[in-house]
Design a protein around this ligand. Structure first.
Ligand code: URA
Length: 266
């Protein structure tokens, strides 16, 4: 079936649709050996040889969407140069080449989406989508309330302020998944420490995902994160998925992710 070239390129995860249009106009896309630089041109991804910057765009496979509860001790990449176990080794009987959307550190656990839908993966990772991700973190020590408020309001990180975050103290080690309070993302919430366990737990919700962001934010206020678990991505929680287990997302969940808009109550 013929489709617009920018759609095919985006679906293959090579670039967003807008970027794909730029690549086409710049003459960096060929179909069966011919440069196609006109927007609106169509091709059939299963029969035509489409290349971007000389690299073959693979024909689309069946779309797969998985939600994995990543255990500690796995890297969230397809391959690891250091030979550590990857999240791919947890998948059974999945023939399609799925890959993780974003990263969870080797020492972090919790929810990770895997898919072969490049367009959705790009959308979920883009800053504009502002998908909230909620983490439970255990700290080595007790942060000062004013430092926690700084984290909520945003701190400079890599020369750019972090987006406003939600942060609250948890009464103790989290059991299962806690609901995220229903208030709008971005509005700072009061942080109330209910008592002082030796190593406190906090719940942090971010609408961006920079490199090692949670650990580095706490480092900036002098606190070491000793445990980190992602307990929620948008509306998805682990709902009984044990570490190492995964499930397919339902079509309704995929659609909800696809149409997610920042700030919209879902
Ligand atoms: N932030 C981190 O620092 N680590 C993770 O694994 C996820 C978010």
């Amino acid at each position: 079936m013929s489709e617009r070239l920018q759609k095919i390129i985006a679906a293959a995860g090579i670039a967003s649709r807008r970027k794909a249009e730029e690549l086409i106009v710049q003459g960096r896309v060929t179909v069966n050996g011919r440069v196609v630089s006109e927007l609106g041109s169509k091709a059939d991804p299963t029969h035509d040889h489409i290349r971007v910057n000389g690299k073959r765009v693979q024909a689309p496979q069946r779309r797969i969407y998985l939600l994995l509860n990543k255990p500690v001790g796995y890297v969230s990449t397809v391959r690891d140069p250091q030979g550590r176990p990857t999240v791919m080794s947890l998948l059974r009987g999945i023939k399609e080449r799925v890959y993780p959307v974003g990263r969870l550190d080797y020492h972090s656990s919790g929810l990770l989406i895997l898919t072969n839908d490049g367009e959705l993966a790009n959308a979920l990772m883009s800053r504009r989508s502002a998908i909230p991700r909620t983490y439970h973190v255990k700290l080595e020590g007790h942060p000062a309330p004013e430092d926690l408020r700084r984290l909520e309001q945003g701190i400079p990180l890599d020369g750019r302020r972090t987006a406003p975050a939600r942060l609250r103290a948890l009464a103790g080690p989290p059991r299962g998944t806690l609901a995220v309070p229903g208030r709008a993302a971005g509005r700072p919430q009061p942080v109330v420490a209910s008592h002082r366990p030796p190593k406190p737990w906090y719940e942090l919700t971010l609408v961006e995902g920079r490199y090692h962001q949670v650990r580095r934010m706490f480092e900036r206020i002098g606190q070491r994160v000793i445990k980190l678990k992602r307990v929620r991505i948008a509306f998805l929680t682990d709902q009984g998925l044990k570490p190492g287990q995964y499930r397919a997302l339902t079509p309704a969940e995929v659609e909800r992710l696809r149409t997610w808009r920042a700030g919209r109550a879902q």
